[in-house]
Write a protein that binds this ligand. Structure first.
Ligand SMILES: C[S@@+](CC[C@H](N)C(=O)[O-])C[C@H]1O[C@@H](n2cnc3c(N)ncnc32)[C@H](O)[C@@H]1O
Length: 451
């Protein structure tokens, strides 16, 4: 049965897919409808007809699910940031299990449904320790917010419910300053104007805030008013920096930075260790849940003998915690600022037995193994796209008995698990940690051992 763009259909949602989309079937084809929940009957309007995928938008809910709740955020329907604010929290975990088990079944041939556990988050709102808000102008007003799903249209948001409230406070100061000082806003089509993004990073222990303006150029503006506003509202302000990004790109931060006030970094404490975090270095966005994840990795690698490799190590949190547990560790990370932070962390904590290599895991790991490194265990925590084939090949050629694979993307995790099975490993444990409540994302820990 054919359908066309603009057509409205009554559909029963019978599945759930990556990206937080309800799935309905019509005439033998799957139709993906955001903001719906399995078992609901809805009216949806077709928005896109692809060869593989039909997309639709929700028009009306005829039969709501018992798991439907009223979203706490007034812009939920337009903003692309959270996908599950309309779902009760326990049911959110059930939907994430569906996304993960479907990926494992269809890509890795694994049937994991009954045993799969997900560690729930205690804080379901206000958990994000980092915010990066695009800046736009609406009429005479400077606004900050989020890009609407699949677009570069900024939806103005003054309060984002999943961010720590210090993030919104800092961004509010930037909006007020930019409006008052008539700061020009970057227009990506014409590549004109100055202010592109407001970026804020916060820590709890100690209570610190780092604020960055991302501008198109190194403009010698008048920042005194902004510094005063920020210090008045956020006495825990540690620094304000100007990050300069002249490129036509979706990457938020540029390579150059100028400190406008204070320090260009903040500190976080995890399990008694002090970590240095600069603006551009990766750090898990949910500190409390990251702690749960790190505990799982440490427990899994506890009785391993021989050095441990922390590949894709970021600021070296795992490598440092494993060193604290008495292991010799080797961290590998491509980002220069993260490696500098990791080395500073070693000094803060007087940790020995840890070495960091700056470079791509694809190049560094095979070389270390060729040069004789025999790791007892490895942590693999790659970005969303997962591990390159040469990384998994090098892991298999090493003597490692254990792999602690940490993933933020069920699809690439499933693909890499399938490859690791072929290379002689098997799963000992698989658990989720809900690092991103209200969104369709999930962090997963997979413990593998050599067969
Ligand atoms: C998901 S983060 C994990 C960071 C760290 N394990 C943690 O939990 O804080 C992935 C990290 O890998 C780094 N990265 C991305 N591609 C890389 C590559 N090919 N080689 C080395 N590091 C890479 C990123 O800069 C980022 O710090």
């Amino acid at each position: 049965m054919s359908v066309e763009v603009g057509q409205q259909l009554e559909l029963t949602i019978d599945g759930f897919a990556a990206g937080g989309l309800g799935v309905a079937h019509h005439g033998g084809r799957a139709i993906f409808v955001p903001q719906t929940i399995p078992q609901e009957t809805v009216v949806a309007r077709i928005t896109h007809l692809g060869r593989k995928k039909i997309s639709a938008e929700l028009v009306e809910i005829i039969e709501p699910s018992a798991d439907r709740v009223t979203p706490v955020c007034p812009v939920f329907e337009r903003c692309g940031g959270c996908q599950l604010l309309h779902v009760d929290y326990q049911a959110q975990l059930g939907l994430k299990k569906i996304i993960l088990t479907d990926a494992l079944r269809s890509i890795a041939g694994l049937d994991y449904e009954p045993e799969l556990k997900i560690v729930p988050a205690a804080a379901r709102l206000a958990y994000r320790n980092r915010g990066q808000y695009p800046v736009a102008r609406k009429g005479s007003k400077v606004v900050t917010g989020f890009f609407a799903a699949r677009s570069h249209k900024v939806i103005a948001v003054d309060k984002c419910h999943i961010h720590d409230q210090r993030v919104d406070q800092a961004v509010g100061c930037i909006r007020a300053w930019a409006g008052r000082k008539r700061v020009t806003v970057y227009d990506e089509k014409r590549q004109r104007g100055f202010l592109r993004h407001a970026v804020v990073r916060v820590t709890d222990k100690p209570d610190q805030v780092l604020v960055a303006l991302v501008g198109k150029d190194d403009r010698a503006g008048s920042y005194g008013d902004l510094i005063r506003r920020l210090r008045r509202q956020l006495p825990q302000l540690r620094g304000l920096v100007l990050n300069i990004n002249p490129q036509r790109t979706n990457v938020i931060l540029g390579k150059r930075m100028r400190v406008l006030w204070g320090q260009p970094d903040i500190d976080e404490h995890i399990d008694g260790l002090r970590f240095r975090l600069s603006l551009g270095s990766f750090f898990q966005v949910n500190t409390a849940q990251a702690g749960e994840l790190f505990k799982k990795v440490r427990k899994f690698l506890k009785n391993t003998s021989g050095p441990l490799v922390d590949a894709f190590c970021g600021v070296g949190v795992m490598a440092s915690l494993l060193a604290k547990d008495g292991h010799e560790t080797i961290g590998i990370e491509v980002a220069e600022s993260a490696v500098a932070d990791a080395r500073q962390t070693l000094k803060f904590n007087q940790l020995s037995g840890v070495t960091f290599h700056q470079g791509r895991v694809e190049q560094v790991l095979p070389k270390l193994i060729k040069d004789g490194l025999e790791p007892g265990g490895l942590v693999l925590d790659p970005p969303r796209k997962g591990c390159a084939a040469e990384v998994l090949q090098a892991v298999a050629q090493s003597k490692t008995e254990k792999i602690a694979y940490v993933s933020c993307h069920p699809g690439s995790l499933a693909r890499d698990l399938a490859r690791l099975f072929e290379l002689g490993f098997e799963l000992e444990t698989l658990e989720g940690v809900d690092m991103f409540p209200q969104t369709a994302h999930l962090e997963v820990f997979a413990g593998l051992v050599r067969r």
